[in-house]
Design a protein around this ligand. Structure first.
Ligand code: PAF
Length: 282
């Protein structure tokens, strides 16, 4: 696997593959890879001839006071994992290659409506940063397929809307959440949890599953969510939001069947997100 750091090198290499008629799969990441990322590589591998991963800790998607400086940077370990997973090319640019201008002068992409509320409500500007870097990577790599995890459900919806609205000829592939044996969704931020917090963390998943079951059995939405917030609090989490939405993230109506329960919580200073798709009864 080659690691490229410069845009012209990336373009030249990919043009070579494109001229040979090869399908290109993109896996954008911020590094500190775990089995969830490797599932994205496997999904791209299945669908494409050439798999390109990117590692870039994108400053534009971090708010003031968030963990940009602390975000784990583990390039050589990531390279070894990508190579073993069958990735062909890694693009790992420096910040000034991606953003040669100060961030406040940089062109931004904003995806309205679907970026608002949920994580977008508690992290203002976050999805503008995500949409901007993803649109830039789409432009640089021009992949046939791009793979993203379903843990970041709202991010996936933002990226799908970006592709639809800007007519990128790219298939977006959502890849199921990979969990630890105890149910905790894999996340680079799990590394911030101390031993006590790590022992509590799987309760987030188990509470969401119980709530899903109640909702699928016809329990009232408002009372279920109120009870869920209380239970998350009792388990030691500080809930950021707990919401039931239609699967396209629109509001749940009397005719909604496919829905999604989404939550973000804080455990100490660590923010965790998770979700549970569900089928509401008629
Ligand atoms: O999900 C992530 O790791 C990031 O938000 C992404 C999509 C790589 C953009 O920086």
């Amino acid at each position: 696997m080659h690691t490229l750091r410069e845009i012209p090198d990336l373009r030249t290499t990919l043009n070579h593959h494109r001229r040979r008629g090869q399908r290109i799969g993109l896996v954008p990441t911020m590094g500190n890879l775990h089995a969830g990322h490797l599932a994205l590589v496997a999904a791209a591998r299945e669908r494409c001839d050439v798999v390109v991963a990117t590692i870039f800790v994108n400053p534009m998607q971090f708010g003031a006071g968030e963990d940009l400086a602390a975000y784990p940077r583990t390039l050589s370990d990531d390279q070894a994992q990508l190579e073993a997973a069958g990735c062909d090319l890694l693009f790992a640019p420096a910040v000034d290659i991606v953003y040669p201008r100060p961030l406040e002068s940089q062109t931004r992409v904003r995806v309205p409506e679907v970026s608002e509320g949920l994580c977008g409500g508690s992290r203002p500007g976050h999805f503008d940063g995500v949409a901007t870097i993803v649109a830039m990577l789409f432009n640089l790599v021009q992949p046939d397929v791009a793979c993203f995890g379903q843990k970041d459900y709202q991010q996936l919806a933002v990226i799908q809307r970006l592709v639809d609205d800007l007519h990128f000829p790219i298939e977006i592939q959502g890849v199921p959440i990979v969990r630890d044996e105890d149910g905790l969704a894999l996340s680079s931020r799990n590394a911030y949890l101390d031993t006590h917090q790590r022992a509590i963390a799987p309760r987030f998943y188990s509470i969401l599953r119980e709530l899903r079951q109640h909702l699928e059995e016809g329990a009232g939405v408002d009372t279920t969510l109120a009870g869920g917030l209380a239970r998350l609090g009792e388990a030691g989490f500080v809930p950021d939001y707990l919401e039931l939405r239609a699967e396209d993230l629109g509001p749940v109506t009397a005719t909604t069947r496919d829905a999604i329960l989404l939550a973000a919580v804080r455990l100490g200073t660590t923010r965790l997100i998770d979700n549970q798709p569900l089928l509401l009864p008629r």
